[in-house]
Structure formats: structure tokens, C-alpha cells
Design a protein around this ligand. Structure first.
Ligand code: ZN
Length: 122
């Protein structure tokens, strides 16, 4: 049987994200932005993830040195992913909360201490 696409979307459906494969791990980070978003990150090469939306359907947020841009749906506000500002096409973090947990299967969630040591705590 063909596998269904690993597709997820924001709450209103304006932004759709399709992954190339299941994530091997997810990252829960405690840095100042991730703890506020409550996102769980799955990392991929940017070119392997399909992010589909209409014109003007997303907004971005970058701060400080503006290395990363956090992208959210302009309608419902769900954070869909982050991407590099200076190196587009590099590694991105997709918010695994957009996906049906059954679709992702059993995935280990690792706790990243992004607030201080930048090391995994488990
Ligand atoms: Zn939306």
C-alpha cells in the first residue's frame, strides 16, 4: 500500500507542509522564542520540504542578529517553520505540531537547552 504523504497544515489550512520522511527525533527547545511558541522542531534540508501557501499567506519574525526567520500563518497564527535568513535553502526546522501524531509515529522528543548551554539535556 502506498504511504500517505506526510502532510500537515496550520489550523486554518492556508499553509500546507509536506515532509520527505518521518522525523527521527523532535526537539523541544527552551530558548526565549521556542518556549513561547511551544513548537516541536523536526529538522530537514530546506529543499526537501514542500511548503505550500498563497501569496501573502505567511508572515515572518526575526530579531537580534536576524539569522533565523520564524514563519507563521498570517490568518491563524500557527508557526509552521523557521529558516535561515542569510542562507536560504539550508537547514530548516518544521513545527511537528502541525502534523497528526499518528502520521509521525513514535518519535523521541529531545530537550534542547537553547536558553543556556545549547546542549541536549537528555
Ligand atoms: Zn492558518
Amino acid at each position: 500500500m502506498p504511504r500517505p504523504p506526510l502532510a500537515g497544515s496550520c489550523h486554518c489550512g492556508a499553509v500546507r507542509v509536506v515532509l520527505p520522511r518521518r522525523p527521527r527525533t523532535l526537539t523541544a527547545c527552551n530558548c526565549s522564542i521556542c518556549r513561547r511558541y511551544g513548537a516541536l522542531w523536526a529538522y530537514y534540508a530546506g529543499a526537501t520540504v514542500r511548503i505550500e501557501h498563497g501569496r501573502g499567506a505567511v508572515e515572518g519574525y526575526a530579531w537580534g542578529e536576524k539569522q533565523l526567520r520564524f514563519v507563521r500563518c498570517a490568518t491563524c497564527g500557527c508557526v509552521t517553520h523557521w529558516e535561515g535568513v542569510k542562507r536560504p535553502g539550508g537547514r530548516i526546522g518544521v513545527n511537528a505540531r502541525l502534523f497528526d501524531p499518528e502520521l509521525l509515529g513514535e518519535v523521541r522528543i529531545r530537550r534542547l537547552d537553547g536558553a543556556r548551554s545549547w546542549k541536549f539535556l537528555d
